[in-house]
Design a protein around this ligand. Structure first.
Ligand code: G6P
Length: 612
């Protein structure tokens, strides 16, 4: 979605803004712009449609002068991508950038036009700039004009603005869209996302919904929008290093992030495994032993890839903690008045911690008295802030739009949660728990083996089958969500039509699709579902589908059925998804690479979906 950066300090602002915008490129955008104000108040504004290099070229040819500025990458919501619709927007001395959607934009537009505003763009954003400008003309000081204007807005926003009449301060505000302040030495930053600010500071302050803040070179103040009252928010130290958000020699972030999975898992497991006891240490889960025993149901709510992790998590919780569990798409859970209450645990799973549907669904569950546990990767993001407790994944920043390392980190977090619940509820045999914990500890090395050991074969298969128009992914049990994830990865980045299906449902529809042109990727590791999946594999073969099997090492039966077998180490069945998903991520990557698509920023997709 859109990205915001802002800077006020002693350095030239434009290069810092451009650098920040580049670090936000991964979020997906269609146009970009920066505004810098010179000390004497001269406004310099550059906006360009398309990729950032266009903006960069312009800034190279015509450098901007000034130590304060704001920048933006836009993902069109109101009005097509064009220079005039790109941010920043200007009204009188006000220059403003915005993420989110202002819901009452139609009423605002008519009211502003009636007052004689000259509105240049189709955006909802420009209206906010005019609103503030009118209030300045009525004689309000900047801060008050901003606060009063914000009171008139409905919807989700993160805003950064400045006035050419006061070129020493940036005002930012937040309601349901992320905004973080970066506290530097003699400099203040703001951004919609942590990676934009990482090279400059790791000291960050997260605004709450309904906050606005004034940033000056050496200080910042935070106030409530409704009362104007001053508030304090904790200063947090973010331990992600800027290098983590760079490609490090890989052709794409996605490929780098696939390779980072063993480390992401190691970091997510660190300090949480009690190997002797076969247990999980976790204060962070935020439940007492008695709470764990009192839970009656678990809801896992999420979107996209996080939903697929939740589908596996649902099996983990049911099978290991013997609790009824459902995984629901957050967009379907919210707004239907779900039956959920104080005896339920709602696990909100989200890489970014900012996805609007997951956030709203978690809020609705909390309002009904459910206990909300966040499983998120971004510390201090909106969902953990709303939740009663947060069990973080530690995958580091994920830049590729298609989630990979965060998915596997979510799987281990959910498995740890299930083990913890199972032990607290006395339904998980300690010997089995020890086996699981030992298995988890061995996992990073096995994942490394799978990445290194399968990538050549997978790349060859991608060359052979990459031109197929449709691909079918099949799996049962733990492998069913993995089939969904394999199909999602492929369609997201290579634009090939792909469907994931529970293998047992194949006969109820998808079998009609299978012919000699359709690759069928069957996920069939050794587990309790293995025999039945193998029957489905044979049925697909009988229809001349081109079978690629993901199987456990040394599985002769599968080798006899098809020549295209990708092997993964044999592990305790609960861990299979963490290994079988890797060749599918690589398959999607190599097919897309061969097609030359924009792998890290696939068309129309955004990394974090903060609008509805
Ligand atoms: C977007 C991303 C996906 C992600 C989904 C949920 O669609 O492109 O990769 O899985 O949002 O995001 P979350 O941050 O809540 O996990």
């Amino acid at each position: 979605m859109c990205g915001i950066v802002g800077y006020v300090g002693n350095e030239e602002a434009a290069p810092i803004l451009l650098d920040g915008l580049k670090r936000l490129e991964y979020r997906g955008y269609d146009s970009a712009g920066v505004a810098v104000v010179a000390p004497e108040g001269e406004l310099q504004l550059v906006r360009r449609v398309g990729k950032l290099f266009r903006l960069e070229q312009e800034l190279g040819a015509r450098p901007l002068r000034g130590r304060i500025g704001i920048g933006h990458t836009r993902w069109a919501t109101h009005g097509r991508p064009s220079e005039v619709n790109a941010h920043p927007h200007v009204a009188g001395p006000i220059v403003l950038v915005h993420n989110g959607i202002i819901e009452n934009h139609m009423a605002l537009r008519s009211a502003l036009l009636a007052r004689g505003a000259r509105i240049a763009s189709d955006t909802d954003t420009e209206l906010v700039a005019h609103l503030i400008h009118f209030k300045l003309r009525e004689g309000m000081v900047l801060e008050e004009a901003v606060r009063r204007s914000l009171l008139e807005l409905r919807g989700a926003y993160a805003i950064a603005l400045l006035s050419t009449e006061e070129p020493n301060r940036i005002v930012v505000a937040k309601s349901s869209s992320p905004l973080v302040i970066g506290v530097g030495e003699g400099a203040m930053f703001c951004g919609s996302d942590i990676p934009a600010l990482l090279p400059y500071t790791r000291r960050m302050v997260f605004l709450e919904d309904g906050d606005f803040a004034v940033l000056e070179r050496d200080a910042y103040r935070i106030h409530r929008i409704d009362t104007g009252e001053r508030v304090e928010r904790p200063l947090r130290y973010i331990d992600w290093s800027p290098v983590m958000a760079e490609k490090g020699g890989f052709k794409h972030f996605m490929l780098k992030e696939i390779h980072e999975q063993p480390r992401a898992i190691e970091d997510t497991l660190r300090g949480r495994l009690h190997r002797e006891e076969g247990d999980i240490y976790s204060e962070e889960i935020g439940l007492s032993e008695r709470d764990a025993q009192a839970i009656e149901r678990v809801f896992l709510i999420a979107c996209g890839t996080s939903h697929h992790a939740s589908l596996v998590g649902r099996y983990y919780i049911e099978m290991l903690a013997r609790l009824p569990a459902v995984a629901e798409l957050a967009s379907e859970f919210r707004g239907r008045d779900p039956i959920v209450g104080p005896r339920d645990l709602v696990v909100a799973v989200s890489q970014s911690g900012e996805t609007i549907d997951t956030l709203v669904a978690a809020r609705e569950a909390k309002e009904r008295g459910a206990r909300v546990l966040a499983v998120a990767n971004v510390i201090g993001s909106a969902i953990p802030r709303l939740a009663d407790a947060s069990f973080y994944t530690h995958a580091g920043p994920e830049i590729g739009v298609a989630s990979t390392k965060c998915f596997t980190a979510q799987l281990v977090a959910l498995l740890m949660l299930a083990i913890w619940l199972g032990r607290r509820r006395n339904v998980l045999d300690p010997i089995k728990a020890r086996e699981l914990v030992e298995g988890l500890a061995r996992l990073p090395l096995q994942m490394r083996d799978v990445i290194i050991g399968t990538k050549q074969l997978v790349s060859n298969l991608a060359k052979r089958h990459g031109n197929a128009r449709d691909v079918l992914f099949l799996g049962r049990g733990f492998s069913y969500p993995i089939a969904l994830e394999g199909a999602l990865k492929l369609k997201e980045i290579s634009y090939v039509h792909a469907e994931g299906y529970p293998a047992g449902e194949m006969k109820h529809g998808p079998i009609a699709l299978i012919d000699v042109n359709v690759p069928v990727i069957v996920i069939a590791p050794r587990d309790r579902w293995y025999e039945r999946t193998l029957s489905n594999l044979q049925e697909a073969m009988a229809r001349e589908g081109k079978i690629i099997a993901i199987a456990s090492e040394g599985d002769e039966a599968v080798h006899r059925l098809t020549q295209d077998v990708i092997e993964v180490p044999e592990v305790i069945e609960f861990l299979n998804p963490l290994l079988t998903v890797i060749p599918l991520q690589l398959y999607a990557y190599y097919v897309a690479d061969q097609k030359g698509t924009d792998i890290d920023q696939p068309r129309n997709l955004a990394k974090t979906v903060t609008v509805e």
